[in-house]
Design a binder for this molecule. Structure first.
Ligand SMILES: NC(=O)CC(=O)C(=O)O
Length: 286
């Protein structure tokens, strides 16, 4: 069986509070945490930041903080320098993006290679529009537009799929990336204190077990002074559905080792890939 992950690699998830109104201060804090991660575990190859890691997570704020994504954008150039400084693949969380041609705003994940090149973006495809009585009401579509594609990207170690937060509730995106050969699905995310306890672990485990891949969720740390109370609990789930590393709800760096044998051994033992019956479920995409 061909390997989807070429070697054992270490991943670091930066769970921090980046939702202050001062974008540059949030970026500087992200840099401090990445420096800390790389000092503690210098063999780390992939670093992940949370959803909306340098702006408030609020529908009324996305436009104010939005950047046109390109090499000169404040957040893009800042993250690019960090990726090349530490020679890491950086899944640089999400930033509000403005498309100047259409004036539409997106919640967009940005990914950099070890030379600091922006190698991919993923616009949140499923917007977080919910109304849970006595829980939470949130309507991203008030100011955001949805992305239109699934995202699978090459890294030096194999391919990763990228989704953003609510995207993890839709198994199709993860399946597309897994079938394109991804070894992990990485979701910069920000569940909250209502939906986190209900579904965060369940969804990570489900996406891993569906696809026999790693699932990586990176959340902001909880900040009870902000309008949105992030759940925290950034985690890594292995291809068997075991959570192998997890944060609490405060600021924390989570490290985990991803092992190609975990994928190949479990796929050999439980050969879902060979057993799939595409002849039976042709109708699923209708
Ligand atoms: N914030 C999100 O996009 C998703 C979320 O909190 C949930 O699905 O629950």
């Amino acid at each position: 069986m061909s390997k989807v992950l070429s070697q054992k690699i270490k991943i670091a998830l930066i769970q921090f509070r980046g939702s202050s109104p001062d974008k540059q201060a949030n970026l500087n804090r992200a840099a401090q945490f990445i420096d800390k991660a790389m000092t503690q575990q210098p063999d780390t190859k992939i670093v992940v930041l949370p959803e909306c890691f340098n702006s408030p997570y609020a529908v009324t704020k996305f436009r104010e903080y939005a950047e046109e994504i390109g090499p000169l954008a404040t957040s893009v150039s800042f993250l690019s320098q960090l990726a090349s400084k530490y020679k890491i693949t950086l899944v640089g969380g999400t930033i509000p993006e403005i498309d100047p041609k259409t004036d539409k705003i997106y919640n967009t994940a940005v990914v950099f290679d070890t030379n600091g090149k922006l190698v991919g973006t993923h616009r949140k495809t499923h917007l977080f529009d919910v109304d849970i009585p006595n829980g939470i009401t949130f309507k991203e579509s008030t100011t955001l537009s949805p992305g239109e594609k699934a995202t699978t990207l090459k890294t030096p170690y194999g391919k990763i799929g990228v989704g953003v937060c609510y995207d993890m509730r839709f198994p199709e995106l993860s399946m597309i990336s897994a079938r394109n050969g991804a070894f992990a699905m990485i979701f910069p995310s920000a569940f909250n204190t209502v939906t986190g306890p209900m579904h965060w672990h369940l969804l990570a485990r489900a996406r891993s077990v569906d696809n026999q891949i790693y699932t990586v969720l990176c959340s902001p740390a909880r900040d009870m002074d902000s309008s949105y109370h992030a759940y925290g609990h950034s985690l890594v789930c292995d291809p068997r559905g075991n959570i192998i590393a997890e944060a609490g709800d405060g600021e924390e760096i989570v490290f985990a080792e991803l092992d190609p044998a975990e994928i190949s051994d479990f796929r050999a033992a439980v050969p879902l890939i060979k057993q799939r019956r595409f002849d039976v479920y042709k109708d699923v995409s209708k």
